[in-house]
Structure formats: structure tokens, C-alpha cells
Design a protein around this ligand. Sequence first.
Ligand code: NAP
Length: 268
Amino acid sequence: MPLSAASAPLPVLILGGTTEASGLCRLLEHEAIFAPTLSLAGVTKNPHLPNIAVRIGGFGGVEGLKNWLRQHAVQAVIDATHPFAATMSQHAAKACADLELPLLRLERRAWLPTAEDQWHSVPSLTAAASLLADPAGYGQRPLRVFLTTGRKEVAPFCAAPQHTYLLRSIDAPDPTSLPPHTTCLSARGPFDYAAELAAMQAHHIDILVTKNSGGTATFPKLEAARTLHCPVIMVERPPHPAYPRVDTPEEAMAWLQTHQTASTLRDV
Ligand code: NAP
């Protein structure tokens, strides 16, 4: 059945902070059948904002989120938060289950190593820092470490102060959280292969530490590490609640259209 142009736009909430959320918002800018709101945590100082309604800041836990969803008569939620933003996903799962709202996870696929890569997969940043501190392993001699794990997640590496760190983040980190020998580089992706290779060579990087964020915007550092035979400490994703999941904004859009149709049929 064709979508009813006469029915009121369907209020939907997008939990964002990712390239995929921005991509979905761009698709929604041209869809009059939805009344979307993008929600951001407010951690990035100058976020790129889409041309749809935006709210910024936490909801105040599960109850705060439920209140917001009720007040705005939201009919569907897309959780497009970052693969490492585990708390928000848990809150979305609980709130949507309690309110019986459809919930979709929009999440890019994780990166996988090739035979040429030297990855050490670890479950957490603390485990990554322990590998670097290990006197029988990477802690044996001072290394030049390229840290791309985010400005708020540097403190664990104070446990391995023998190394020199190059920390790349969008916004500047809190200087009190840094290991002693740290150089900060402020940059926002996407990054290209040639620039990544040049940066890693210029800083004589011995080892790369990254979270398994997936996607194309920050993948070239892994290709550069492969070229330079540079080992990678890969922090794997935290577990997420099980609910329907898609990889791309286009698939999320198709899911929303299905729910819009169902909602229109209910209202007839
Ligand atoms: P988190 O641990 O899952 O969330 C912490 C708290 O921040 C949540 O309980 C919630 O506060 C608030 N929050 C998170 N995402 C929100 C959103 N989209 N809208 C409104 N409130 C939100 O998340 P995080 O790791 O601190 O990341 C914060 C944000 O940055 C996320 O939106 C994520 O998509 C983005 N991000 C994270 C990473 C990363 O590596 N973690 C990387 C890139 C982007 P209340 O409980 O008060 O609602």
C-alpha cells in the first residue's frame, strides 16, 4: 500500500553521534512523512548538525528517556550511537521495551584483520594498556604509540609511562589525564591512506592502538599499519542488547518506512 501523504508526520528519535546517524538524518531531511529528532550526548564541541530538529544532552537515565519519548509521542527509535557507547544502547533497549516502541540498531560492521595484519584483540582499554605495560611484552622497551581511542580514554595508558604517545582526537584532551610523554594532535576524520602513512612515518610509530569502530572514515590508519608492518592493539566492541540491526542509513530508512506504513494502517 502506498504511504499516506495526508497522515501526520511520524515522530521518530535518532540517537546519534556517528556518521551513520548523520547519514540517516540527511535522508530524513527530504521525507515529509517523518518528524525526526536527532539526539546528541553533547560530548563533541562543534558537532556537524543536520537540517532536522536536534536535542543535545543526556535524558537522565532510562526514566528520563521514557518521559522524553512519551512527551514527544515518539513512534520509533533508531539507536545509531557509536559501537562503544554501550550505556545509551542499554537505556534505549529498556525504555523501548517498557513503552513497547519499535527499536532498531543502526551500526556499521566491525573491522576484521587480514592475513597481513598483526592484531592483538583485547576486550577493553585497560587490557590494551596492560599489554603495553607488560615487561615481558610491549613494555620491554620504550615504543612510539599512536593512540586513536578518544580524548576521554587516555588515562589507562598512564599505567605504561615508559612509552611516547601520539594522541589524536577531535577535541583537546584534559592535560591531567595524559601519560607523561604525550603529543596531542587535533583532527577530525575522514583520514586518507597517504596522509596516515605519512603521519605514522613522520612520528616513527611502532604500534597503533585503536577501538574497533568500523566504517571507512578511520580505516586508512589500519591500511597504513599493514604497509608499515606495525602491530595493532585492537580494542573490541562491548556487548550490545539484542534487537534488530542494520548496517546502513538506507536500510534504517527502509525500516522506518515499514513502521510508518504500519502506523498509518493502525490510524485508518
Ligand atoms: P554512553 O556511555 O553510551 O552514554 C553515556 C551517557 O551519555 C548516557 O547514559 C546518556 O545520558 C548520554 N548519551 C549518550 N548518547 C546520547 C545521545 N545520543 N543522546 C543523548 N544522550 C546520550 O556513551 P559515550 O561512550 O559516553 O558516548 C557519548 C556519545 O558520543 C554517544 O552518543 C556516541 O554515539 C558518541 N560517540 C562515542 C564514541 C565512543 O567511542 N564511545 C565515539 C564516537 C562518538 P543519560 O543517561 O543522562 O541519558
